[in-house]
Design a protein around this ligand. Structure first.
Ligand code: ADE
Length: 248
């Protein structure tokens, strides 16, 4: 997968993109990320990327020309189909709430363009005529789209085939099946008098799978009951939820 990120602060990405899983994915050729400084697509002496809002009001707005030019420079050799099918994602607090489902959809594209908003926002013509989707990482405002882009890239890259080893696949992750993940334990079997649940050391894989699934449901009901409405549940799961909801 090729990911192009348009930003005013490419240096912000250095740390997160040069460590761990991400770095491994890059060195194995599973993903390639290119950072493009929007300021390099300005032509005036002051390299102006923002301006006052028409109609007045606080804050500055990112101008449309350098952003259009930066995206179009990437697309010069693309076919009409590539242009039509490649998401151009704007990171903004006004966007669609980011989710595992959106991460999965994005991970199915061979290319992504991410555009990091800044200041009060971007000129509306960028949203209307260039951007194909808008994503928010939560109902709060951060200094700009860069941290949000890192979150999106991290969530997408770990879903690419070959990035996670089979032993730490994403299948059981929280949110993959619409549920939170079950609790984990490692050695020692008893720590300060607190024991690992017997079932996990029983060696009975089908019992372990059953326990884990049940724990996922219990945990989701306790912490994020809103997720259960959209989760993939079987009749036995529904029965368990009904039982758990009864007063003890
Ligand atoms: N830029 C500022 N706040 C943001 C948010 N919550 N999500 C995405 N981009 C942002």
């Amino acid at each position: 997968m090729q990911i192009d990120i348009l930003t005013l602060f490419p240096e912000m990405f250095q740390g997160p993109f040069s460590t761990g899983l991400f770095q491994r994915a890059v060195s194995r050729g599973l993903v390639s990320v290119e950072l493009h400084n929007i300021r390099e697509y300005t032509h005036d002496r002051h390299r102006t990327v923002d301006d006052y809002p028409y109609g007045g009001g606080a804050g500055m707005i990112l101008k449309p020309e350098p952003i259009f030019e930066a995206v179009e420079a990437l697309q010069v050799d693309w076919s009409t189909r590539e242009k039509a099918e490649t998401p151009v994602v704007l990171l903004t607090p006004q966007g669609h709430p980011f989710s595992q489902q959106i991460a999965r959809k994005l991970s199915e594209h061979p290319r992504l363009i991410l555009l990091c908003g800044r200041y009060e926002g971007v000129d509306e013509r960028v949203r209307e005529h260039l951007v194909t989707e808008e994503i928010s990482i939560g109902d709060y405002v951060i200094g700009g789209g860069e941290l949000a882009a890192m979150v999106v890239v991290d969530a997408v890259v770990r879903l690419l085939p070959g990035v996670l080893g089979s032993e730490d696949s994403s299948e059981d992750d929280s949110h993959t099946a619409g549920l939170l993940e079950y609790p984990h334990y490692t050695r020692p079997p008893v720590f300060r008098g607190w024991s690992v649940p017997d079932v996990l050391v029983s060696g009975d894989h089908s019992r372990i799978a059953g326990w884990r699934h049940e724990q996922s449901i219990i945990r989701t009901l306790e912490r994020r009951p809103d997720l259960l409405d959209r989760a993939e549940l079987c009749v036995r799961d529904e029965e368990l939820i009904e039982r758990l909801k009864q007063p003890h």
